[in-house]
Design a protein around this ligand. Structure first.
Ligand SMILES: [Zn+2]
Length: 280
């Protein structure tokens, strides 16, 4: 049987994502670093905090009227309107928290908000239903925290985990593994090679902690084999990859999506262009 491996756009073999919560003022400094290194972030916001910030003199959170500008070029995702323990709410209140946050963030940012992060990491089966009903397509947990340490692309996007928190003692070991791995040689790997990092920027309260995250960014950035998407860009690409049609013997592949999709066969990259059929 033929075996194909998913690659990322332009045949890149690896991806790095950053996912940061709570719309803290220090996100501004963090975004300056992301921009300096050509990286993308997904910022998960409980918009009621940003509404409250409008009334405060020195707010801890980014004001709602500033989020469009502050997060320009990066993804805004939902984090529940008032940052609730969603699993403790009746389903209608849960749904309100999700709807109201998505709606507020979309009006304030002009972005279409499709991503979510569970406040405190807490959720139940009703939460997942409420997310689906409100059109959210991925939701980040901290199920594996603090010991996940995997590089897999999520299979279950509504319970997706990350590789590690930025304060993880193994951060630089994991970065070394990520840089040194050649996924094309390890062709039985099922899908992609992803280093995903999460945290809150208020955790960088000392200069050496800012230096630590900048060191990480400089290690993983500017690499020809690495893609630097937001989480929703990653989701959309993987969704397009999953939409490929194969003949029964897998020798013909049709790509009905609007993305050029890259795969590898026996370690060799090739593309199935958007809307095209490829015979192998
Ligand atoms: Zn939070």
């Amino acid at each position: 049987m033929k075996h194909y491996m998913m690659l990322f756009p332009c045949g890149k073999t690896k991806a790095v994502t950053f996912s940061y919560d709570d719309a803290i003022q220090s996100d501004i400094r963090f975004i300056e670093l992301l921009n300096k290194y050509g990286l993308k972030g997904s910022f998960n916001i409980s918009s009621n905090m940003c509404i409250e910030a409008e009334k405060q003199e020195n707010p801890r959170n980014i004001k709602l009227s500033h989020i469009k500008e502050v997060y320009k070029g990066h993804e805004i995702a939902s984090h529940g309107f008032t940052h609730p323990h969603l699993d403790r709410l009746p389903v209608e209140a849960m749904s309100y928290e999700i709807y109201q946050d998505r709606s507020t963030l979309e009006k304030a940012s002009g972005q279409i908000v499709k991503g979510f992060v569970y406040p405190y990491g807490n959720y139940n089966a009703d939460t997942i239903t409420a997310l689906k009903m409100n059109g959210l397509v991925y939701a980040r947990t901290c199920i594996g925290f603090p010991k996940h340490h995997e590089f897999d692309v999520p299979e279950n996007w509504l319970e997706m985990d990350t590789t590690c928190h930025h304060a993880d003692s193994r951060l630089f070991d994991l970065a070394d593994t990520f840089i040194n791995e050649d996924p094309l040689r390890n062709w039985h790997r099922k899908a992609g090679f992803l280093f995903s990092i999460w945290g809150h920027t208020y955790e960088f309260d000392k200069e050496e902690e800012w230096e630590r995250i900048e060191k990480l960014m400089s290690m993983v950035s500017n690499r020809a084999e690495v893609w630097y998407p937001t989480t929703i860009e990653l989701y959309n690409y993987v969704k397009a990859y999953k939409s490929l049609d194969y003949s029964i013997d897998m020798s013909t592949i049709y790509n009905p999506s609007s993305y050029d999709i890259w795969l590898a066969k026996d370690g060799k990259p090739f593309a199935v262009p958007a809307g095209k059929t490829v015979n192998l």
